[in-house]
Every structure is written in C-alpha cells, then in structure tokens.
Design a protein around this ligand. Structure first.
Ligand code: GLC
Length: 465
C-alpha cells in the first residue's frame, strides 16, 4: 500500500529497511473507510456525553449561552493558563469586531507544574499589574478578570468549576475535585491582590468566543496545540443531562474534552506499539488517547519510539543511540514540523537535529530519509485524525451547515506542522456533502484562548453572562 507513494521510498535502503518503513506506513496511513468508522463512533460518544455525565466525551456545559455582538467596547483583563505558558493580558475591544491586546508571557516553571501553580499564577498577575501601575490600591474596586484554564473542569457556574483531572503533563497535587477559581482566588488573596475572577473558560471556549467577536458565523473553536480539544454551540434541547434553567438564546457552548476519545477501550483509534509504549510511560496511562495521537505534547515521543524501534533492529543509525535519544520526550514535536519539509538535497536540517540535538555523529543519507518519513507519517496521521472530531461535530449540527459556518482554530500543530490545515480540510471534505462543505470556513484564531477569556469577562460584566 505504502510503497506506491514515492515519499516512502528510501533511496539506497536495504530490503529490510524498506520493509520496515512499508510496515510503518501501513500502520500510520488511514483509509477513508477506517476514518469513517472512527467518525461514527465519535458521534456515538458525543451523544452519550450529551445525555449523561461522566462519559468518555464529557461534553461539559460552559455556562456561556450568548454570542458577543462585536459591537461591545472596553478593556478587559484575562489570565491564560495553557500547557506550556501562562499569559496575562489586557484586551481592548474596538466595537467593530476587532481587538488589540497587550500581554506578558511567563514560562511555567517545573515547580509550578508540580507544586506551586496557583501561587505562581498569582505572582505573575501581580507582576503584570505592578509593571503597568494597574495594581488596585486601598479602597479601589477589585479588577475583574477572565481565566482561561486549559484542563478539564466540571463547571458549576460561569466563574466556578472543579478540576476533573490534570492533562498535558501537569500534576499539581491537591487540585482534582476542587474549584480552580477558589484555589486561584485564595492565592491572589495571599498576595493581597484585589483581583476578582469573573469568568472561567476552557481555551477552546475562549477560541470560539474570540472568533465569534469578529465573525457572527463562528460555531466551533478548536485547539491543536500541546493538547487538543474543541468547543461548539449546541442547542440546549439536545443536552438531555442539563438540569439548569433554559437559556433565552436556547444555546450553550459545550467544552467537549475530545482528547479523551477512545480512552476507555482503545477500540477505534489506530494504536501502534509505539503509541501503546508512549501511553504506558505517560503520567496519565489509558487517558487522553485521541490527544496522544494528535497533539504537540506527544508526537515527538511517538517519533522517538519509532526511531529506537528501528535502531534496535540495526535498521537505523547503525544501531546507535545516545543518552539524549534514550531519554523520554527528547524529540521535540517542532523537529517533526521542520523535518517533514526538509527539502535540502542532503537533508541537512535533519542532519543537524540528529547530530547536534540528539548528539549522534555521522548519520547517513538513508538515516535522514528515514527520519523524514517518520516525521511525515506521525504528523500526517495526526492531521488526518484531527478531521474525525471536526467532521463528527459539524455533522452533529448539520442544521447549521446550510449557511456559512466559521471554525476558529489555534495551536502550534495547526500553525506550524506543514500542511496540517490542508490535510485536515481535504480529509474532512470526504465526509461532508460538497454543497455543505463549501460553507465551512476554517480559520486561524491566533491567541484566541486568552482574548476569549477577556471577552467572556466582558459578557459576564455586560449581560450577566
Ligand atoms: C487538554 C485539556 C483541555 C484543553 C486541551 C487543549 O486536552 O484537557 O481542557 O482544551 O488540552 O489545550
């Protein structure tokens, strides 16, 4: 199947090397038939999550029931806590669907990721306000802020919610089951900082709302970054588990937490031994199965597992490894993005990574070609699988597809992996009728997650959310 595609033919390879690559290609390439079956299951899991709490796809009500109009004006603050960074932002809405923002970025320290997270966040907010002379004094009212929290939270109101579990490498003890807004509010209090968290949103909800501020056709927000997930507007009539009051709009944004798809029985996604190995050694085994095949946190590690599998059979690097290559997570997913499009005649960019970053001398041209094929197979499988969630969600609301629909997308995989957008769109087009498909507009919602939290803070302040 694979060798028909010349991209998987390694010039100068031994028959054993080519056979191993062909086998990998057959594991990583997915037919439409296979994808169709996964989409069907995804839809079934969505329905399950809409009906009952605690299912694999959590379909969490966000308490956001409105759409911004685009005419709202003013400056709003937000904290955006993602998988790698923390940003504090001041976002100014111009009333014509446009925003400007000023932000400060802080890298999450290892200590913050494993212990002191909320004190670290409070400290960063303090720094941001202090450096801009914005810190409220004495009797001044607290500054309202939106919080984007990119982990699964069971929301209990627009500004409260309990952490379901950590994902994406964070593991701060004592937080699961507790209200994350309370935890942050307490940390802010410890610093004597007059800040009130008025809105709590998932990053996908933020991405959707930031797209919606500039475009009334926005229906769905997606992150393909360190992790992956999506949010969309659902008709509350379809949300059987919802016990709250019916919103006047009749709609509710749902945080799908789709990264968990297929985590319970591993029955539908195309697991290879390299995926299973990653899962076993991760800090959250048997969780986030879909996310582990798609997102930036994991793809480099899948590639590393393949590299070692080949090296151990002496089919790559003459059987050599290095201390760095032996260490988990040592292949950053960004190397896949650059390796997949290394068009230099001697694959010199890949050579740099092998020799300088991984510290393995004297790679051959065959070795480098194999690295490139691995970068393509792992990355393109991710892009193809990403279409599964997109198609399942859009066809779930196919009532909307008869007019223009915008899907706002953010995240490093979408932005940087070559042709991610094109592969996603091309794959999705095989599963949605052409006359509806032409109405769908996939757009980059750059920095949407933080801007969206500020917009939610605005919604909470202006309309009582
Ligand atoms: C993980 C989190 C989810 C978030 C996604 C993208 O899947 O569980 O809440 O939206 O990463 O950042």
């Amino acid at each position: 199947m694979s060798s028909a595609d010349s991209r998987y033919t390694i010039v100068g390879a031994t028959p054993e090397q080519q056979a191993a690559i062909d086998m990998l290609a057959s594991q990583f390439l997915l037919t439409d038939e296979r994808l169709g079956a996964i989409i069907k299951e995804f839809r079934r899991r969505m329905e399950e999550g809409l009906a009952t709490d605690g299912r694999v796809l959590k379909m969490i009500p966000s308490y956001v029931t409105r759409r911004p109009l685009g005419s709202e004006v003013g400056s709003y603050f937000a904290i955006d806590l993602g998988g790698t960074n923390l940003r504090v932002l001041k976002v100014t809405l111009d009333g014509r669907g446009g925003v400007t923002s000023e932000h400060q970025k802080f890298a999450l320290s290892e200590e913050a990721k494993s212990r002191t997270l909320f004190d670290f966040v409070a400290q960063c907010v303090d720094t941001f306000l202090d450096e801009r002379n914005l810190r409220p004094l004495g009797q001044q009212p607290p500054i309202p802020m939106g919080l984007t929290f990119s982990y699964p939270v069971q929301q209990t109101s627009i500004n409260s919610g309990t952490l379901v579990q950590w994902t994406k490498g964070l593991n701060v003890p004592g937080c699961v089951g507790r209200d994350v807004v309370r935890l942050l509010q307490d940390a802010l209090l410890r610093l004597g900082l007059r800040v009130k968290i008025v809105a709590l949103v998932n990053d996908t909800v933020g991405t959707l709302l930031s797209a919606a501020y500039s475009d009334p056709a926005a229906q769905m927000g997606i992150i393909f970054g360190t992790g992956t997930n999506a949010a969309y507007y659902e008709d509350v009539a379809n949300l059987a588990k919802w016990k709250g009051p019916n919103p006047s709009s009749g709609e509710m944004v749902l945080n799908m937490e789709w990264g968990a798809f297929d985590s319970d029985d591993f029955a539908f996604l195309p697991f290879t031994p390299h995926d299973i190995k990653l899962d076993r050694k991760s800090i959250n085994p048997r969780k986030q199965a879909y996310e582990k095949m798609i997102s930036g946190m994991y793809l480099g590690e899948i590639a590393r597992n393949i590299v070692l599998w080949l090296a151990d059979q002496r089919l790559l690097l003459d059987g050599r490894s290095s201390e760095i290559l032996n260490a988990m997570w040592s292949i950053d997913t960004s190397y896949l993005s650059s390796g997949a499009v290394d068009t230099t005649s001697d694959l010199s960019e890949i050579q740099q990574v092998i020799e300088k970053t991984l510290n393995i001398s004297n790679s051959t041209f065959v070795d480098r070609q194999i690295f490139k094929v691995i970068a393509i197979l792992v990355g393109e499988r991710a892009a193809r699988l990403s279409a599964v969630g997109v198609v399942a969600t859009l066809t779930k609301r196919s009532d909307l597809l008869n007019k223009p629909v915008t899907v706002g997308i953010d995240g490093s995989m979408y932005e940087h992996y070559p042709y991610f957008h094109d592969i996603l769109v091309e794959t999705a087009s095989h599963f949605i009728p052409q006359e509806q498909f032409k109405n769908i507009n996939f757009t980059l919602a750059k920095d949407g997650s933080g801007v969206g939290a500020a917009i939610t803070a605005m919604l909470a302040a202006t309309y009582d959310a």
